[in-house]
Design a protein around this ligand. Structure first.
Ligand SMILES: Cc1cc2nc3c(=O)[nH]c(=O)nc-3n(C[C@H](O)[C@H](O)[C@H](O)COP(=O)(O)OP(=O)(O)OC[C@H]3O[C@@H](n4cnc5c(N)ncnc54)[C@H](O)[C@@H]3O)c2cc1C
Length: 537
């Protein structure tokens, strides 16, 4: 395999060559850190990691891998939940150094290279006063995100990111690079990139995405209920996200913690799980305050926190106020199945009538640290009802979960990501192939079951009482139970929340057969080298 590495090291275009990292190569430290992906459950040792700088480098790397019949893997942000962006003994085409962004304000478009991650991309766009429908996590990459659909804070107002994708440059299976536009001969390939999942069709080296003008102010906040039945919170949240309501609530997700099965039998509609409403609001603090008074009148949260705003470089500095660090440090969100004795709500609406609500110029991304995890997902069906809600809450109570696991750093919960809003309520399908492969435009929300654990050896050395690894297998079993649950009020699964136990067709539903045909017809990949476990063929 030395011959392959030598050829990869010889790649060059316009006087520039990609750095090539490999095991036992001259830069072991760089190889060690670059082989790591976000889901620490996976530890791969690629044959070589090729840090491409341009489309031509990608083309040459594909041809070399083809000639030597090497497995190809492609990585942009490295956040694939099943680790399909890397592999042991693979030639890993890494695009993280391709980070150019060009905004054409007149055309309302941004040309974005795939190595951009949101914590860098959003401020770059905000400098031009524009934005795209991005995700919540700062280190997720635009490429995998948008091809997987791209759910985020802007979904209610601007849809999934894939619905704003209007062009791309893609390297096909034979190494040829083509530019895709809505009018080009291969426009069906562009349709497939809009929600048909990453990697299946080729290697994308530039995305052209529609931009929108940032609202004058945005506010990111969360509200936590510690002592209210989850069923009640869920009903209210669904009411807030109804398609024809709350236009200024640009996006939201609801997190409900999973708990050990309660010892005494409590009716499902009365069980208490810690619930957190993450909200993204377009408007002034006065307007948010007025909305909160309406939203929360019948359902007063335990706490409300406003998140530090993001301000584009070179503009005024944010005022300082409460910050909140999700999951990365001791979480304030640990689930409790019972109100504490004498507990009362800590938050009063009048607390908000203060200067604590400041303005953001863009929505600041979350800071999530790499950690091992396992997830699965479903979507509410169009006939979602109270039976479905009860089933959802029941799935969050399990004798596979333990308080000790949570105390050791294992977090099990569901996040519900609102899809319903003005964008899809008013969506007029332009017809194939001008729309997108994303099959869930009429669903209310995604249901993402998650188990995360991050206790390292250090914690054990420090004498933490419980070892998280005593609980992780059962948490993963809980995820499997949730995947297999008889839950007829839901259907399908969201490819960006990848779980390799879900049959591939379930991710793409009515788009699946078309996607297979498009790959066969346009990707010039007869040996199916652009293939990993959940690609479409
Ligand atoms: C902490 C965390 C938070 C998340 N939050 C959200 C969220 O808010 N909304 C949401 O929708 N999703 C979210 N996701 C899921 C995320 O969008 C997907 O995992 C997405 O695929 C990640 O893209 P990436 O470029 O970072 O990942 P990668 O792992 O680099 O890529 C993902 C897949 O796409 C392929 N791929 C990558 N780049 C290219 C390319 N240039 N051309 C062709 N194929 C390519 C890879 O081979 C792989 O199969 C989150 C994931 C994590 C881990």
């Amino acid at each position: 395999m030395q011959e392959v590495i030598t050829l990869l090291e010889g790649i060059s275009h316009d006087g520039k060559s990609p750095k090539v990292l490999y095991d036992c190569g001259p830069d072991q430290a760089a190889y060690g850190s670059k082989r790591q992906i976000f889901n620490l459950k996976f530890q791969f040792k690629p044959l070589a990691i090729v840090l491409c700088k341009c489309t031509e480098h990608v083309q040459q790397a594909v041809k070399i891998a083809n000639d030597f019949d090497c497995v190809i893997r492609v990585r942009s942000g490295g956040h694939d939940h099943e680790g399909e962006c890397s592999g042991t003994d693979a030639v890993l085409i890494d695009l993280s150094e391709m980070t150019d962004v060009k905004v054409d304000k007149k055309a309302g478009l941004a040309r974005i290279q795939p190595g951009n991650i949101f914590q860098d991309l959003i401020p770059k766009l905000a400098k031009e006063d524009v934005c795209i429908p991005h995700g919540t996590c700062g280190t997720v990459g635009i490429a995998g995100f948008s091809m997987g659909g791209g759910w985020g804070p802007w979904t209610r107002l601007y849809g999934m990111c894939c619905d704003s994708l209007v062009g791309a440059t893609i390297v096909l299976g034979n190494g040829e690079a083509i530019e895709l536009t809505p009018e080009c001969e291969q426009k069906e390939l562009l349709w497939a990139l809009r929600g048909g999942g990453g990697f299946s069709y080729g290697i994308v080296t530039e995305l052209v995405i529609k931009t929108f003008q940032l609202p004058e102010t945005t506010i990111k906040f969360n509200a936590v209920w510690q002592y209210t039945p989850a069923f009640t919170v869920l009903k209210h949240w669904e009411d807030w996200i109804a398609a024809d309501k709350n236009e200024q609530l640009i996006g939201t997700n609801l997190m409900i913690m999973a708990i050990p099965t309660p010892k005494e039998s409590i009716p499902i509609r009365e069980t208490v799980h810690s619930c957190t409403f993450f909200g993204y609001f377009a408007g002034s603090k006065e307007e948010l305050y007025e909305h909160m008074k309406v939203w929360f009148t019948d359902l007063v949260p335990t706490t409300v926190t406003i998140i530090t705003p993001g301000i584009a470089d070179g503009k005024k500095q944010p005022h300082k106020f409460d910050s909140w660090d999700r999951l990365t440090s001791g979480s304030p969100l640990l689930g409790r199945n019972r109100p504490l004795p004498g507990a009362k709500n800590l938050f009063k609406l009048s607390d908000l009538d203060s200067d604590a609500l400041l303005h953001a110029e863009y929505i600041p991304p979350d800071v999530d640290a790499p950690a091992p995890h396992k997830i699965t997902s479903r979507l509410t069906s169009e006939e979602w009802n109270d039976k479905g809600r009860e089933s959802l809450i029941a799935s969050l109570q399990s004798n596979l979960l333990f308080d000790q696991g949570e105390n050791a750093g294992l977090l099990c919960y569901v996040t519900l990501g609102a899809i319903s809003g003005s964008y899809y309520a008013n969506y007029k399908d332009p017809g194939f192939p001008y729309g997108s492969a994303f099959p869930y435009k009429k669903r209310k929300y995604t249901i993402q079951y998650q188990a995360w654990w991050d206790q390292g050896e250090e914690d054990i050395k420090l004498g933490k009482k419980y070892n998280v690894h005593q609980y992780t297998n059962r948490a993963e079993d809980w995820i499997e139970v949730c995947r297999k649950r008889n839950f007829p009020e839901t259907s399908g699964s969201f490819i960006s929340f990848k779980d390799d136990g879900v049959p591939t067709r379930d991710y793409f539903m009515q788009s699946y057969d078309e996607l297979k045909r498009i790959k066969e017809e346009f990707s010039k990949d007869p040996r199916n080298r652009f293939s990993s476990r959940k690609t479409i063929i």
